[in-house]
Design a protein around this ligand. Structure first.
Ligand SMILES: Cc1cc2nc3c(=O)[nH]c(=O)nc-3n(C[C@H](O)[C@H](O)[C@H](O)COP(=O)(O)O)c2cc1C
Length: 392
């Protein structure tokens, strides 16, 4: 299936507007059958946040925003899939064009602005996937009642059938953004394996201010309290916080300190950057406002990951994201402090065959080092990395 997709679809997709190409890729993934290609090397299995991941390679948030194809992605070899960002109410996002490729830099700029079908639509898909209850027609449109119904049925899918997390965000016009996150935790807890609280998208004005110490403390207090409350019925659902690679080191001190004190379950480092490295070759497209991802993000995001790792001191696990486009890049993230990694932009340029390639490179690295598992490599280079000059 990957071979077919590679040879037929990718040259065509490159000719299309980036957002149209993305929609087409989602449609293609809806076509059955998908067969899992090869069983994962058992040495690639990772246990984190109380969940068992078959391999550490995840689909990053933003590819499957509305939870249309998580199971197809799992079958194609991802160890886990993060759907979303989902907002409570549907919203259209920014006007098009809002997604740009920088082929010479192997990078992407997006200013989608949380285009979301909303919690209701996504909940219905994830509930159907959980398959634990048949939902009577009259409650199908009422997310709260559906959630209660799922809770009563005990339909928590902690990794059963593949680990699917939901990345949650606030509506642009929300009067109480923290309340949006709380509500989404209450809504989705019965049907997802974990949450990622996205406070780092550069495309919703003011959202990243939630990373400021005072409001971040209130946010983490309220989401962790919500997680505790729903766990009585839905079971434990880990809550991760996704940060921007653009926070200063003193802001990172506060963020990690508060996350530890409030007992969040982990952090995702990180989102796209608003920075534009001077090395970018597609200078014209580089001027488009939005978040930059892909290869030019790798060094900054990996350094921020190492900085987070040394501050977390093992209090919680980290997910490393940003610019992964090879086995070597995934390994570098792990050595910087990630026990799990995610990617998105590199798939635009390299396609899905990247996933088996990265997994086999990781297996080879374990064999070369005579290592029994990924955990033996996590953070091996973090201290050395943080002593290096800041990446340009
Ligand atoms: C088109 C696009 C849309 C994205 N949408 C989201 C999103 O909705 N929520 C989120 O947390 N991150 C989103 N991201 C960020 C990715 O999840 C990831 O953090 C970032 O792209 C860095 O990884 P990469 O270099 O492998 O792409 C998006 C990225 C891209 C390219």
């Amino acid at each position: 299936m990957i071979g077919l997709f590679e040879s037929m679809a990718r040259p065509l997709l490159r000719l299309l507007d980036a957002e149209d190409a993305h929609r087409l890729a989602i449609h293609a993934l809806k076509i059955p059958p998908f067969v899992k290609l090869v069983a994962d090397d058992p040495r690639l299995a990772v246990r984190a946040f109380g969940l068992n991941f078959p391999n550490p390679i995840g689909m990053a948030a933003g590819f499957d925003k509305h939870a249309e194809v998580p199971d197809a992605l799992i079958k194609l070899g991802f160890g886990f899939v993060e759907v979303g960002t989902v907002t409570p109410h549907p919203q259209a996002g920014n006007p098009r064009p809002r997604l740009f490729r920088l082929p010479r830099d192997q990078a992407v700029i997006n200013r989608l602005g949380f285009n979301s079908e909303g919690a209701e639509a996504v909940l219905r898909r994830l509930a159907a996937r959980a398959g634990a209850v048949s939902v009577p027609e009259e409650v199908e449109t009422e997310s709260l009642r559906l959630t209660r119904l799922l809770r009563r049925s005990g339909a928590h899918v902690a990794g059963q059938g593949g680990i699917v997390g939901v990345n949650i965000g606030a509506n642009k016009e929300s009067a109480d953004r923290i309340a949006d996150y709380v509500r989404l935790i209450e809504t989705f807890a019965p049907v997802v394996s974990y949450f990622t609280v996205n406070i780092s998208s550069p495309n919703t004005p003011g959202l990243r201010d939630l990373q400021q110490a005072k409001v971040f403390d209130e946010l983490t207090a309220r989401v962790v309290e919500a997680r505790q409350r729903v766990s009585l019925q839905a079971g434990p659902t880990p809550v991760l916080i996704k940060i921007a690679p653009d926070v200063t080191l003193s802001e990172l001190d506060d963020i990690v300190g508060i996350a530890r004190a409030r007992r969040v379950d982990g952090m995702v480092v990180g989102n796209t950057t608003v920075a534009r490295p001077p090395s970018l070759r597609d200078q014209k497209i580089a001027k488009e406002p939005g978040g930059l991802s892909g290869r030019p993000l790798f060094e900054l995001a990996t350094r921020m990951l190492a900085e987070t790792y040394v501050r977390a001191e093992g209090a919680f696990p980290l997910v490393g994201v940003g610019g992964i486009d090879s086995g070597a890049a995934a390994l570098a993230k792990i050595r910087a402090g990630a026990c799990l990694v995610q990617l998105y932009s590199a798939l635009v340029f390299h396609g899905l065959r990247l996933i088996p390639g990265i997994k086999s490179d990781l297996s080879n690295a374990l064999s070369r080092g005579g290592l029994a598992g990924i955990d033996e490599l996590v953070g091996a280079d973090a201290a050395a990395m943080t002593a290096e000059p800041w990446p340009q």
